[in-house]
Design a binder for this molecule. Structure first.
Ligand code: PGA
Length: 250
């Protein structure tokens, strides 16, 4: 399976800037045949970006940054999974900024996963611990949090998810988790997935202060299946370099 590199643009970029950046990512994506690239613009830019890109190279995809926990109705300001169908192939679920500012609960995460899967959109389920820790206590709290988020979901649904391990203390701080730390956490998680859900090949990305400076080292962490990049994905040159270094081309 190709590794995944997702550029989460968060609440950034005007429409003209978003169109330029999307065009730049499209033009370099064929260089990375070993990677799938995903860009996640803000909701109102999804359709113009899609139109600007025209037919997508086989390894370039579009993602939403969030989705409503409800199928439709009186939820002002929200966007439903059904409305995203045909526009995106992926959707971030439970990003820490969504959890923080929209007070998401585990029931929301479960509902959003079900709703996007019903529309054949791949959920990228984000999770991670709030503070830096060590040893079994932190591993227990990471696995426990994810277990709670997934508790009512059937294994065949969980099998269709991609997961993104993003320690909150590493997001936007310039303080990424070390390769060793990621190996331990994601290795433990993958064992848990295998034992708990008999998932043979769960897909787990790493996110949190990924830059061109650490992408090569992250490429050596076999436990992860890709990267979720925030701030550094807003600059075509840096995002290109991250893909090149992570993909082993530089
Ligand atoms: P960052 O954000 O790369 O800017 O740390 C990652 C994310 O929030 O997905």
């Amino acid at each position: 399976m190709r590794r995944l590199v997702i550029g989460n643009w968060k609440m950034n970029l005007t429409l003209p800037d978003a169109l330029v950046l999307a065009g730049q990512v499209k033009s370099f994506s064929p260089e990375f045949s070993g990677l799938n690239l995903v860009i996640a613009p803000s909701h109102p830019w999804l359709i113009p970006v899609r139109e600007e890109l025209g037919s997508l190279p086989p390894n370039l995809f579009l993602s939403a940054q969030s989705v409503s926990s409800y199928p439709h109705g009186a939820y002002t300001g929200d966007v439903s999974a059904e409305q995203l169908k045909g526009v995106v192939s992926h959707c971030l679920i439970g990003h820490s900024e969504q959890r923080k500012y929209h007070h998401l609960k585990s029931e929301d995460i479960q509902s959003q996963i079900r709703l996007v899967l019903d529309q054949d959109i791949v959920p990228v389920v984000c999770f991670g611990e709030p503070t830096k820790g060590k040893g079994q206590a932190v591993l227990g709290s990471i696995v426990g949090g994810l277990e709670q988020d997934l508790s009512q979901l059937e294994p065949d649904l969980i099998e269709r998810c991609v997961f993104a391990y993003e320690p909150l203390w590493a997001i936007g701080t310039g303080d990424p988790a070390t390769p060793e730390y990621i190996r331990t956490v994601v290795g433990t998680l993958k064992d848990w997935f295998r034992n708990h859900y008999t998932l043979e090949k769960p897909s787990v990305l790493y996110g949190g202060s990924v830059t061109a400076a650490n992408a090569k080292e992250l490429g050596t962490v076999n436990q992860i299946d890709g990267l979720l990049v925030g701030g550094a994905s807003l600059h075509a040159k840096e995002f290109h370099e991250i893909c090149a270094r992570y993909g082993g081309l530089l």
